[in-house]
Design a protein around this ligand. Structure first.
Ligand code: SF4
Length: 332
C-alpha cells in the first residue's frame, strides 16, 4: 500500500488525504527511508541547490502578553535564551549584514518581537537593500500593518514570513494566549494581495494532531504567493511554561518535511537549524528540505540564540554537509 502511494507521488500524481495520512503514520524505518528517497528525488528534479539563510535578530523586546508558552527568545523568558532585552542599532544591523555578505551567505532573515507595527522590519529592510545584495526575508509575525507591508514592498523585500504555527485554534490559543491566529492569517493574505512572496510554516509538537498537520499543509495552498514553508519542531526552552514538555521527535519532523515536498514539489522547505539541532542538518536534507536557516559564519559580530533553541548551524559545517551529500550550497 505504502509502495503504491509512493509510486503515485514519484509520478507526480495527486495524493488524497487518506493517502497522506497513511504516509504520516509510517513507523517502519525501511518505509520511512523510501519516503525520504522519493522526497529527495522530487526536490532534485527541481534543483540540487540548497539555499542558506543567515539571521539578524532585531530585538527580543516583545509586547505579546502573556508570552507564547514555548518562547525562549523574548526578554526574560529563559536564562538559556537572550534573557536581557536588546534592540539592535542601525550600526549593529549593518555590521551583521556586512559579515553575512562577506561570508558569501546569500540571504538574511531579519526577525524580532511584536509591538512595532512593522517599523523595525522596514528599517532593517532598508539597511539590507541599501548596503548589500542579500536576499531578505523579514519575520515579525503578524506585527505588520498595511502601511508597513507597502513600505516593505517598495523597498523590494523578497519574502515576508508569518508562521501560523498551528491552525488548530484551541492549541494555538493554549500555547500563544497573547497572540492572534486571525491577525496572522490576515497578514498572510495581505502579503499575498501585494504580490510579495510568502513564507508560512508549522511549529510541530505543541499539542496538534497528525490530522491538524495535514489540514494545515493543505490550508497553506490558499495563499497564492506562498513560496516557502518552514518546518519547525518544538524544543523545550529552560524556564518557560513548556520547559517540561518533550521535544518533537526528529523522525516525525523529517516525515513532515518529506510529505511537504511531495505536496509542494517546487516550494522552498526551510529547516531552521536551531529547531532541528545543527547536528541533524544532514537528515533534513536527506528528507527533502532545500533551505537551511539560522546559518551563522565565524565572522558574525553578535551573539545568536535561536528562536526555538539556543543553538544554530555553523556555516562551514553546514556547507560541508551539503557538499558531502552531492548537493550544491547556494553561495554568493
Ligand atoms: S514567540 Fe515571538 S511572538 Fe511569541 S512571545 Fe516570543 S517573540 Fe513574542
Amino acid at each position: 500500500m505504502i509502495d503504491e502511494i509512493l509510486n503515485k507521488a514519484k509520478n507526480g500524481k495527486e495524493l488524497s488525504d487518506e493517502e497522506y495520512l497513511e504516509l504520516l503514520n509510517i513507523d517502519d524505518d525501511e518505509q520511512l527511508e523510501k519516503l525520504f528517497k522519493i522526497a529527495c528525488q522530487i526536490r532534485d528534479k527541481q534543483s540540487t541547490t540548497i539555499k542558506l539563510t543567515s539571521t539578524v535578530h532585531l530585538t527580543n523586546k516583545c509586547q505579546i502578553e502573556p508570552k507564547c508558552e514555548y518562547c525562549g527568545f523574548a526578554e526574560e523568558t529563559s536564562k538559556k535564551g537572550y534573557y536581557n532585552a536588546f534592540y539592535r542599532s542601525n550600526d549593529e544591523i549593518l555590521r551583521a549584514v556586512n559579515s553575512i555578505e562577506e561570508a558569501h551567505i546569500p540571504r538574511v532573515s531579519c526577525s524580532g518581537g511584536y509591538g512595532y507595527k512593522g517599523k523595525q522590519a522596514v528599517n532593517a529592510c532598508r539597511i539590507v537593500k541599501q548596503n548589500s545584495n542579500l536576499e531578505i526575508l523579514v519575520n515579525v509575525g503578524g506585527d505588520l500593518t498595511e502601511k508597513s507591508i507597502d513600505q516593505l514592498a517598495q523597498l523590494g523585500v523578497d519574502t515576508i514570513c508569518c508562521n501560523l504555527e498551528t491552525i488548530n485554534e484551541e492549541v494555538f490559543y493554549q500555547r500563544k494566549p497573547g497572540d492572534s491566529l486571525e491577525k496572522r492569517i490576515e497578514t498572510c493574505k495581505s502579503v499575498c494581495e501585494k504580490g510579495i512572496g510568502l513564507s508560512s510554516g508549522l511549529l510541530l509538537g505543541i499539542g496538534e494532531s497528525v490530522e491538524d498537520r495535514l489540514k494545515h499543509l493543505r490550508y497553506l495552498a490558499n495563499f497564492k504567493t506562498l513560496e516557502e514553508i518552514p518546518i519547525m519542531g518544538f524544543n523545550p526552552y529552560e524556564g518557560t511554561p513548556m520547559a517540561d514538555c518533550p521535544p518533537f521527535p526528529l523522525k516525525e519532523q523529517l516525515k513532515i518535511v518529506a510529505i511537504t515536498r511531495i505536496m509542494y514539489p517546487e516550494i522552498t522547505i526551510t529547516m531552521p537549524t536551531p529547531t532541528v539541532g545543527p547536528e541533524n542538518v544532514e537528515f533534513s536534507l536527506r528528507a527533502g528540505a532545500n533551505n537551511l536557516a539560522t546559518v551563522i559564519a565565524d565572522n558574525y559580530p553578535h551573539e545568536v540564540k535561536g528562536v526555538g533553541s539556543p543553538t544554530y548551524g555553523n556555516y562551514c559545517e553546514v556547507v560541508n554537509v551539503i557538499e558531502k551529500l552531492g548537493l550544491i550550497p547556494q553561495t554568493i
